[in-house]
Design a protein around this ligand. Structure first.
Ligand code: IMP
Length: 192
């Protein structure tokens, strides 16, 4: 089975991606390859940050790798929090505080349209490829649901009308930004 590194230690993401990869690939996490580096995410675009992470593993660990970067873009806030979604309320990367800040900024706002975007950068056999996935929806007025992570309790995808946190992992994967980008990635890998 072909081995490929997914440059993350996020258990939710690993589970999501392994479910899509099926039996065709052995997906290793950063800790599986003993990489405990604090990889800098200093670019101001999703693509830039995904490339930094994938190239880091390829260059220092000599392994095929893919990395993702995701942002939640809110129309009424000119695309905020965007590339800064993880640290919207500060460097603590606190999901509760991030949601509280976003709900506060959206207080009284009638245009609640938003989308999640994921960019995946792949470094494979000396080549680099980019894959993108997007899901459109709205920012809820209050939190709902206990599943998932990050902004899931306040993001309502247009397709279902209930928050990501109220959906099962399978239902979320089928329509999510990362699910869609990951499908494209594995379609490409399986065809190679
Ligand atoms: P990352 O680039 O995947 O680490 O995502 C950056 C930030 O976007 C995360 O820290 C979360 O706050 C948020 N995020 C990414 N993916 C999701 C998701 O599927 N649901 C909710 N929030 C997400």
């Amino acid at each position: 089975m072909k081995k490929i590194v997914f440059a993350t230690n996020n258990a939710h993401k690993l589970e999501e991606v392994r479910a899509i990869a099926g039996d065709s690939f052995h997906i290793l996490s950063l800790s599986d390859i003993d990489c405990h580096d604090d990889i800098p995410e200093t670019a101001d675009t999703l693509e830039g940050n995904a490339l930094i992470k994938a190239r880091w593993v390829r260059d220092r660990y000599g392994m095929d790798c893919f990395a993702d970067d995701t942002g939640l873009m809110v129309d009424a806030l000119n695309g905020e929090p965007g590339v800064y979604s993880a640290r919207y309320a500060g460097e603590a990367h606190d999901a509760e505080a991030n949601m509280a800040k976003l709900l506060e900024k959206m207080n009284g706002q009638t245009d609640r349209k938003a989308h999640f975007s994921t960019v995946i950068a792949l470094c494979l056999d000396g080549e680099e490829k980019i894959f993108e996935g997007r899901v459109d929806g709205t920012i809820a007025v209050q939190r709902s649901g206990a599943n998932g992570f990050g902004y899931d309790p306040i993001f309502v995808p247009d397709e279902t009308g209930i928050s990501f946190a109220d959906m099962t992992a399978e239902a979320k994967n089928a329509i999510s930004h990362r699910g869609r980008a990951t499908e494209k990635l594995f379609q490409y890998l399986k065809d190679k």
